[in-house]
Design a protein around this ligand. Structure first.
Ligand code: ARG
Length: 408
């Protein structure tokens, strides 16, 4: 047992977190790493385990958390049509409370005194992980070696060599990437200039929309109580369903996002995302709500959706307001079951049809053809009373600027 006790480190297998293992060990901690599989594209889980141990970890957890991630974080967000600033489907933000929760659980199991992460002092992931971990267990210390050490890139590499940590010889990506099953976040490099169009090499999940197939493709997504359960009639578990849509919609260039984002840490930053499955599902889910929910419920929900997006973005996942919003949203989702037909074409996922057993669209009320059941005469009295307040107002206050009709 080391002098400071055990620390559970969120470990990606990259250079920063590997150096963090050695650095924390030097500071007197026994480091236990936790590598989460949340559906990243290029994750070498076995490699991560052996690299963690080689870097000095006393134990290395590698956990497949795809199902938990989808069921406890992605689906609640989808039910809320969760987006930050109406644009970003929160893919990175949603994984952090899960990572914090799992680290807190491992700390309990292992009797650790601290959790640790490899975030810098400029990002938002540090805020999310620390706020969530503090909420779940305020007694745990939080260590952020990358934020604390004063290494330059060169010094970090030298430190790695000294401690026998393999530094990969592969050419480094010009971007900072974070990805999981719900999407991929791309930052830094040339993207820091908002005038520059993101180069094609920034994307790996989506085809350039202008090179996507000339033929449109239709898919049908079945929802049960707000949750997607089947694609083209084929039942699938959450992770498989999202992966299927990532592939289908990605082929058509769906889900590219390029935004100037207001960070929680006070500055604006240019962010690029690709979220083909997420965008397809949010479009479909939102449409199905228009068919199945009352108009005032939709309007009230829209306001809470904005709040939901902010809370998830800002690290307030485990907050009482978020719980209360979830309760409202879950009530509404009781009715959001049905099938949505989506057309994928050149970067777009457009809803082209929908049906639901609980549809509150009434053809008899809406039709202008045979079978019209709308009471036309009821309109007379309705208009009289609906217009009464402004008629009364105008009788007292004349219109200031009447439109002048030229003589004919
Ligand atoms: N701007 C996004 C967010 O804050 C993406 C973060 C990506 N994280 C990363 N470590 N590259 O949610």
């Amino acid at each position: 047992m080391s002098k400071k006790g055990k620390a559970v480190l969120a470990y990606s297998g990259g250079l920063d977190t590997s150096v963090a293992v050695a650095w924390l060990t030097e500071q007197g901690y026994d480091v236990i790493t936790m590598t989460a599989d949340v559906g990243q594209q290029a994750v070498d889980l076995e490699g991560a385990k052996s690299k963690a141990l080689r870097s000095g970890a006393v134990k290395a957890y590698v956990l497949d958390l795809k199902k938990e991630f989808v069921e406890k974080f992605v689906w609640p967000s989808l039910k809320a049509n969760g987006m930050y600033q109406s644009t970003y489907p929160l893919n990175s933000a949603l994984s952090r409370p899960l990572i914090a929760e799992v680290m807190v659980e491992i700390a309990k199991k292992e009797g650790a005194v601290a959790i640790a992460h490899g975030c810098t002092g400029k990002g938002q992931d540090q805020v999310r992980i620390e706020v969530c971990a503090n909420a779940l267990n305020p007694d745990l210390q939080v260590l952020a070696p990358v934020r604390d050490w004063q290494f330059s890139r060169e010094a970090e590499i030298e430190y790695a060599h000294k401690h026998g940590i393999p530094v990969s010889a592969t050419v480094e990506s010009p971007y900072s990437i974070d990805d999981n099953i719900w999407g991929r976040s791309i930052e830094c490099g040339i993207l820091e200039d908002p005038w520059q169009e993101p180069p094609s090499d920034a994307y790996t999940l989506t085809e350039d929309p202008w090179k996507a197939p000339d033929d449109k493709e239709y898919i049908e997504i079945t929802f049960e109580k707000g949750i997607p359960v089947a694609v083209d009639g084929k039942k699938m578990g959450g992770p498989t369903l999202i992966n299927t849509l990532n592939l289908m919609a990605g082929r058509h260039g769906v889900g590219r996002i390029d935004m100037l984002e207001d960070r929680l840490v006070g500055f604006k930053s240019r962010e690029v995302y690709e979220c083909p499955g997420a965008i397809t599902l949010i479009n479909a889910h939102r449409a199905l709500e228009t068919l199945t929910l009352d108009k005032r419920v939709i309007a009230a929900k829209k306001e809470l959706e904005i709040k939901f997006g902010e809370l998830a973005y800002e690290g307030y996942w485990f907050s009482p307001l978020k719980d209360a919003i979830d309760a409202f949203i879950n009530t509404t989702q009781e009715y959001v079951s049905g099938v949505v037909k989506v057309m994928l074409y050149k970067g777009q996922a457009i809803v082209r049809g929908m049906k639901a057993a609980g549809s509150i669209y009434s053809h008899n009320l809406a039709t202008y053809s045979e079978g019209d059941a709308f009471d036309h005469q009821a309109a007379v009295g309705f208009i009289k009373i609906w217009g009464l307040p402004i008629k009364t107002w105008r009788q007292v206050h004349e219109s200031k600027e009447a439109i002048k009709i030229p003589a004919q």
